[in-house]
Design a protein around this ligand. Sequence first.
Ligand SMILES: Nc1ncnc2c1ncn2[C@@H]1O[C@H](COP(=O)(O)OP(=O)(O)OP(=O)(O)O)[C@@H](O)[C@H]1O
Length: 268
Amino acid sequence: MLKITNLHVKVKKKTLLTNINLELKPKDLNIIIGPNGAGKSTLLKSLVKVIDIHKGNISLDEIEFTTASINSVSKYIAYMAQFNQNSNLTTLDVLEISRRKYSGFSLSKHDHKLIEDSINEFALQKFLNRDIDTLSGGERQKIFLAAAILQEPKILLLDEPISHLDPKNQIEMLELIRNKTKEKEFITITVLHDLQNALHYADKIIMLKNKEILYFENSLNITQKMISKLFDTTCKLFWQEGHPFLFLGHSHHNNTHNHSHKKETNDT
Ligand SMILES: Nc1ncnc2c1ncn2[C@@H]1O[C@H](COP(=O)(O)OP(=O)(O)OP(=O)(O)O)[C@@H](O)[C@H]1O
């Protein structure tokens, strides 16, 4: 269990997060949603100690993160940032580095097997010897996601992991994140702007607004009222065959879409 108690984050004199309380379980995919600037990335950064905690407590079972060094915390956490820094590494280098925290420089047979499986799962064969700086945003995102999962952490933190992927790849990656979370018993926390996918794939939704948690709920308990409140806009939400359908800013007065649809049918 990852326990975050009364967490406050300040940078200089500016408060970035206030009074965050969460208890997160292994095998759960927790998805953070909320407006720009709400503090979503800051929450992930404070867990991985990129940003200092001003007040509060973070612990993983008996392990106290609050006082631990960044190095000892990183043994338990894999973190895929929103903007990954480029380097002169090849895809294979990035994958191999992710196993070094277990095996140092000489990787074991087991490590090589895991890397091979990951290459197949993420279809990375054709990028292996390519410098990652030369790859597209979506290709790079897949590689960093593969590398984060290869670390087999207790806690998997992903900041907008699918923002550069096409729709089919987005679905495949979210399925994969969900399946790995269950199979490897990760406590996964992902920031996502796509609400429909967030509701569909999450076990739990963390709604962050104005530096605070507005709601922390099972995704099936999320209502259109909650989403309206989170984004200060009207919202229609309904479920069909286990899929959420969500419309923000829905208005019956705005018939632009109907109009263009009519035009299309008239033309044919
Ligand atoms: N190091 C920092 N110093 C000062 N302000 C910061 C710092 N890091 C973040 N902030 C501010 O804190 C607020 C929250 O930032 P954060 O990146 O957590 O937002 P977010 O919810 O992830 O937003 P987005 O959806 O736009 O990615 C923003 O107003 C941001 O400008």
